[in-house]
Ligand binder design. Structure first.
Ligand SMILES: [Zn+2]
Length: 66
């Protein structure tokens, strides 16, 4: 009960790239396409329009070339 998410995440998706394009998908949550960048430090980004959470896969993170 004490762990309230920072964002009201509606859905979590995996991405093989650190750059993702979100248009809200099907249904009533659609919005103009926006491009989001996943920060390697956090490994995810939340779309400010539809609150979908995009999580980078290990494959995506391995491309950052540490
Ligand atoms: Zn979105």
């Amino acid at each position: 009960m004490s762990h309230v998410p920072t964002f009201p995440v509606t859905e979590t998706l995996s991405s093989d790239s650190l750059d993702v394009a979100c248009d809200g998908g099907d249904g009533g949550l659609g919005h103009p396409t926006v491009y989001l960048h996943i920060k390697p430090e956090t490994g995810y980004v939340v779309c400010p329009y539809c609150s979908r959470k995009y999580e980078a896969t290990e494959k995506a993170l391995s491309h950052t070339g540490h």
